[in-house]
Write a protein that binds this ligand. Structure first.
Ligand code: UN1
Length: 494
């Protein structure tokens, strides 16, 4: 089968990268399967895309928001029809199992409908003026050309979180998909175009961070930046954006803790732990990577979790008998392997997994065994640093207060979970856990699109995706005063 060739999308035209260079998108479950060939873009391609987005902005910003929203609504309708095909494409390029990639496409559909509804809201405020015969209100204005840099773990959902609110607010966009999973962004943007999005309103430049991402951040005509990825890269993006005073939304790492108290429904907590730790092969920024167990239930929970982890069927996500797919690439395998070594050296006990799977069909891809460490203490690196793989650390606690202290004792603050049947404990945890998201009796993954998504500390820089947080980021306030007194009125003076 010949390899499908994809180009950049600039001003509604499919064009090769100016350098003529390309890269291959490989299936992480089977290297020999090439998903497609994509352009390796650089600053010149970015400049072309920005110019196209700037030209399109002149008319898109004047298109009434309810009309912009209708395109998003149609996008949701078409995505629903194409859900199965797009889920298959996504599993092929990203690896996670089909039930999860269907969920990823569904998340884009949910975002489309939610943001379509925003087209008839985009509420501002009216408020009394302090002066007579004067009217005061605030309205949301678009920001301009928005640059987006997307991660590989939610290849359609996260681009939709960025593009759809930006579009409904009247912005035009250029997006750089992750180099490991560009096809899903193409599928998303193709759907937008099929739904009637005018040329140039969304542009795609594929490629790598240093050559294609960096010029997006520094281009003077890009007025806002949205980045999802590691805290390490986010720091570079944030600093570059700050140098030009650009609004910049950073959504970065996590080291998410699930606390299981002695009064929890243990069956439920186990289901949550398996899903939170090993869903998406642990490659979610919301993944459950620490489980803080009350010492009274720690032994039983540990034994049962290890049995469940060992029993997980790991394989090609396109085959529905499997429950966990591969890691995205060799680099992520190396990171997981490295952290297994670190944890073992630190004195944590490896209870299962801990290595790459290389027998039989596993040899063809980048598979890593579900891994559980016990005897982890809160200061160990395995309890502090993000692995982004199927590796979970078990920590013991003697009380809720101690557990909350352990949960908070990290540099990140994305997601947290408490399993307990005590409502008082639940509300104390909601109040005291330092995180952007807290679940009660549910794992740390599974955010819904109409609530704010993001975190505190080194997880983010104060912005939120999803919900009205996204609308806040992609619009800027204009305060409007209309004086109908026919005379000069001086605020604060008359
Ligand atoms: C991510 O982990 O990068 O809440 C995004 C969740 C998903 C989104 C995760 N809806 O787990």
């Amino acid at each position: 089968m010949s390899t499908a060739v994809y180009k950049n999308l600039i001003g509604g035209q499919w064009v090769t990268a100016r350098s003529g260079k390309t890269f291959l998108n490989l299936n992480p479950a089977r290297y020999e399967d090439t998903v497609g060939e994509f352009p390796t873009s650089n600053a010149e391609d970015v400049a072309d895309a920005v110019a196209a987005a700037k030209a399109a902005y002149a008319t898109w910003r004047l298109t009434p928001a309810p009309k912009r929203a209708e395109i998003l609504y149609r996008t949701g309708e078409i995505l629903t029809q194409r859900k199965e095909q797009y889920a298959r494409d996504m599993t092929r390029e990203m690896g996670k199992v089909l039930s999860e990639t269907r969920g990823d496409v569904q998340e884009a559909i949910d975002t489309a409908y939610y943001m379509a509804g925003e087209g008839r809201r985009l509420f501002g405020q009216t408020t009394p003026s302090e002066l007579p015969n004067k009217f005061a209100m605030s309205v949301r204005m678009p920001v301009g050309v928005c640059g987006m840099i997307a991660p590989w773990n939610f290849p359609m959902a996260i681009p939709s979180w960025k593009l759809f609110p930006a579009l409904v607010c009247g912005n035009t966009c250029l997006i750089k998909p992750a180099e490991d999973t560009p096809l899903s962004t193409y599928n998303l943007v193709q759907t937008l175009m099929d739904a009637g999005l005018p040329p140039g309103v969304v542009n795609i430049v594929a490629g790598f961070g240093p050559e294609a991402g960096a010029p997006i951040v520094t281009h003077p005509d890009v007025r806002a930046i949205s980045f999802t990825g590691s805290s390490e890269v986010g720091r570079i993006v944030g600093q570059a954006a700050a140098a030009n005073f650009k609004p910049c939304s950073l959504e970065m790492g996590g080291k998410n803790a699930m606390i299981v108290m002695e009064d929890a429904n243990l069956d439920l907590a186990l289901d949550g732990a398996v899903w939170g730790a090993f869903g998406t092969t642990g490659q979610r920024c919301t993944a459950t990577s620490r489980i803080i167990l009350h010492k009274k239930i720690a032994a039983e929970f540990t034994e049962r979790l290890v049995a469940r982890a060992r029993a997980l069927r790991v394989g090609d996500g396109l085959d529905e008998q499997f429950e966990m797919g591969p890691q995205i690439n060799q680099q992520q395998i190396d990171t997981s392997t490295h952290y297994v070594e670190i944890a073992t050296r630190e004195g944590a006990r490896l209870l299962c997994g801990g290595e790459r799977l290389i027998e039989g069909a596993h040899a063809k891809g980048t598979f890593f065994a579900p891994t559980v460490f016990s005897g982890v203490t809160p200061s160990m690196r395995i309890a502090q640093e993000e692995v982004f793989g199927p590796v979970v650390s078990l920590i013991e606690c003697g009380s809720l207060e101690e557990a909350i202290g352990q949960a908070n004792g990290i540099q990140y603050g994305l997601s947290t979970a408490l399993y307990s049947r005590d409502v008082n404990r639940a509300f104390a945890a909601i109040r005291d856990l330092e995180a952007g998201i807290t679940y009660i009796n549910a794992p740390t993954i599974g955010a819904e699109v109409h609530l704010p998504f993001g975190g505190v500390k080194q997880t983010g820089n104060g912005h939120r995706e999803g919900g009205t947080g996204a609308i806040d980021f992609y619009s800027s306030w204009k305060s409007v005063y209309v004086d109908y007194s026919d005379k000069l009125q001086r605020a604060q003076i008359d």
